[in-house]
Design a protein around this ligand. Structure first.
Ligand SMILES: Cc1ncc(COP(=O)(O)O)c(C=O)c1O
Length: 378
């Protein structure tokens, strides 16, 4: 949690909803990761929070960047980051965007299908390519396993084909799922990566890189172990499978880098019940919901810590927390057992912690006429 962000909220009392992101926390997270995975290159996953203030701070620290679109590449280039420090990591890209990125000096491209590989060969000739493999990772609160990647056999065949298309087959990537709570989940995909390295080596192709993706956690209501445990477990898996011939290692953290840097403040718009029964839970409606930036409450997957911003004495009671829009999907927490003080009042403010990742970007639309989430970077 960021004390500076809380202090800023207390001193400036900005209109709600708003997010405050402490750039010093982002810096500390970056340094924590580089200390605990010293042999890896950190490519910040821009999608987690593309604010120029964050990109600028990380660019100065020497980070590289994982990008999902031409727009994200443009934002990174604006900070003077050279193309070699940018990976075009989305496996679904327009041909015109590949050509544009290539012209900007971006060398590294992800793919997970033959058609995408052919697009890259045509529009980024000679580029370094890496193939994303499917993983059956468990333990992630925000899984990413079905949409991206191909089976290891296909990855090996496509990387061999990449060489025939004039591309440089560079390596393998995977993502064990976001907010991954089990540090052992990297082991199996690393073993698959090594098997692909060996298979291609037998036909004279030397792969050079393993991209371990993201998945490193932020601190929500479910406890996590520290980044040290992730570093240790991952390096154990790398040496178990690759021995002392370690390849180039890339990580693409998003949530871990910026999640805990953010504190969001929201206002209680309504507190009500659906019946006169004393058993009926109270509904607490905030001025932010699923469409205002808290999209990851979908399925109640990501459970933020939420507290009133003032000290409220007395007992707490179970509540349903919901957003302000006229959409019944806009319920934040129903099954999760959230409690709020009995004496919470309409007009009170609440703080939602660890909200620096995957919030502002999800609120870029004006659904129901609510403004996109305002953010301050301090
Ligand atoms: C390709 C890629 N890399 C990295 C990330 C960042 O993951 P995380 O936020 O879990 O660190 C994502 C998240 O969607 C991703 O798709």
């Amino acid at each position: 949690m960021s004390d500076r962000a809380v202090k800023f909220l207390e001193e400036t009392q900005p209109a709600t909803p708003c997010l405050v992101v402490d750039l010093d926390v982002v810096e500390r997270k970056y340094l924590g990761l580089t200390q605990n995975l010293p042999l890896s290159e950190v490519f910040y996953a821009v999608k987690a929070n593309p604010a120029p203030e964050i990109l600028g701070r990380l660019a100065k620290l020497g980070a590289s960047f994982d990008t999902a679109s031409a727009g994200e590449i443009r934002s990174v280039l604006a900070h003077g980051v050279p193309g070699e420090r940018i990976s075009f990591g989305n496996t679904i890209k327009k041909a015109s965007d590949i050509a544009w990125a290539h012209a900007q000096g971006v060398r590294l491209y992800a793919f997970d299908s033959e058609a995408e590989l052919e697009k890259i060969a045509a529009h980024a000739p000679g580029a370094q390519v890496f193939c994303r493999i499917l993983v059956e990772a468990e333990g992630a609160l925000w899984p990413l396993n079905r949409k991206f990647g191909c089976v290891p056999d296909m990855a090996a065949a496509l990387l061999a084909k990449a060489a025939t298309l004039g591309l440089e087959p560079h390596g393998i990537s995977f993502h064990v799922g976001s907010q991954q709570l089990d540090t052992n989940q990297w082991d199996r995909p690393i073993s698959h990566a090594k098997a692909i390295f060996d298979k291609l080596a037998a036909s004279g192709i030397e792969l050079k890189m393993v991209d371990l993706g993201g998945g490193f956690p932020a601190s929500y209501t479910t406890g996590t172990v520290g980044i040290e445990a992730y570093g240790q477990s991952i390096m154990e898996a790398m040496t178990k499978h690759f021995g002392n011939r370690l390849p180039r290692i890339i990580v693409e953290p998003g949530r871990y880098m910026v999640g805990d840097a953010g504190v969001l403040e929201a206002e209680v718009v309504l507190i009500s019940q659906k019946s006169y029964s004393a058993e009926d839970r109270h509904w607490v409606y905030l001025d932010i919901g699923r469409f205002g930036g808290l999209a990851e409450t979908e399925g109640e997957a990501i459970r933020y810590r939420i507290e009133p911003s003032r000290q409220i004495d007395g007992n707490s009671r179970p509540v349903v927390l919901a957003g302000p829009t006229c959409d019944s999907a806009d319920i934040l927490y129903d099954k999760a057992k959230y409690e709020m003080p009995v004496n919470l009042k309409i007009g009170d403010r609440v703080r939602i912690f660890s909200t620096g990742a995957y919030t502002t970007t999800y609120s870029a639309v004006n659904f129901n006429g609510f403004e996109p989430l305002k953010a301050y970077y301090i």
